[in-house]
Design a protein around this ligand. Sequence first.
Ligand code: NAI
Ligand code: MG
Length: 361
Amino acid sequence: MTTIAVLPGDGIGPEVVEAALPILDAVGVGWAVEFGEIGWGCWRREGEPIPSATWDLIERADATLMGAITSKPPREAEAELPADLQGTGRRYASPVIALRRRLGLYANIRPITDLYGADFDFVVIRENTEGLYAGYDYRGLDDDLWNLVGDHPGAVESGRDDTAVALRLQTRSGLDRIFRCAFDRAAAGGFTRVTLADKPNVLRASGELARERFDAIAAEHPEVEAHTANVDAVAMQMVRSPESFGVIVAENMFGDILSDLGAGVMGGLGLASSANVGGRGSLFEPVHGSAPDIAGRGVANPFATILTVGQMLAELGAPDESARVRAAVREAVQHGAVVTPDLGGTASTADAAAEVVRRLG
Ligand code: NAI
Ligand code: MG
């Protein structure tokens, strides 16, 4: 039987997960769910953001569904550890990054589908492991870095202690796997085009490598149109004519920005779902965070998590059930009577979710 590891997490995470899980029964897949702890609250209690029991659960399960977690700067975090764990040198590291690393989740997939009666349906695929977020980010430069940038007028004026450098890492193997992911998904999902959103005329060397690999992988899928476009132009076109896209693929930072823009095009964080996929396993989560400003009040929008469950259904081999979930959310959004405050309604988290379940019945 298919088993889902469910990690409610912090803030509104447990609220939206509790509201969304009945969807699995409503569509009749009969999957088992097992709960695990993760996140900031877990760290405060146990000194671990992901305890070993949770890792075991993730390894055992077919997929993981996460609510949201709260991030804190390490120093602030340590001050809130239980007394017996303070001074033990434990650091609060982002569980999301740990999950991505350990499960090899190199692709973040965000469907951007129209829920309001316009007509767009595209996917933003963000590379998760390299690009400008690969971690090569330096302030106060050593000789090697200073030799690289020290003749820049700003660096000359500021000096090496007040100059910072972040490097954009692009590798052939990293590029090939993310582009293959983009073209395979385009072909499987019936999309006719894949757009690489990059900045090849400015980031010449890394952009050229990306483009070369993009064209090479595109040649494996002659049935799909392949385009390279400037990321800024893509951003504008996503707003002006979102119906013109199929799959958009981008390096880590550009993909981060475009995927949040996509959430905005859809109607906000309360509606945006995501999947992290890769070598060993998959992690599904709404795009939003733990929303401390509304946590505990029962007003968080559960639709992002319900659509995330829908995305999980499609990934785990239940595409018809996935389509039904999306249709039910679309009806609920357009009908508009039973939606949460972020969408202009007055419904609670539980009532909004129950409305979707009712429409699935
Ligand atoms: P956020 O996404 O939690 O909230 C941003 C704004 O959107 C807030 O005003 C919030 O009330 C609203 N919002 C978010 N989800 C909503 C929902 N389902 N229904 C109605 N309104 C919703 O981002 P923020 O405030 O920047 O971060 C809060 C915490 O979450 C931080 O600790 C941050 O690090 C963490 N975070 C975690 C993520 C994850 O678990 N993957 C992603 C983003 C942030
Ligand atoms: Mg983001």
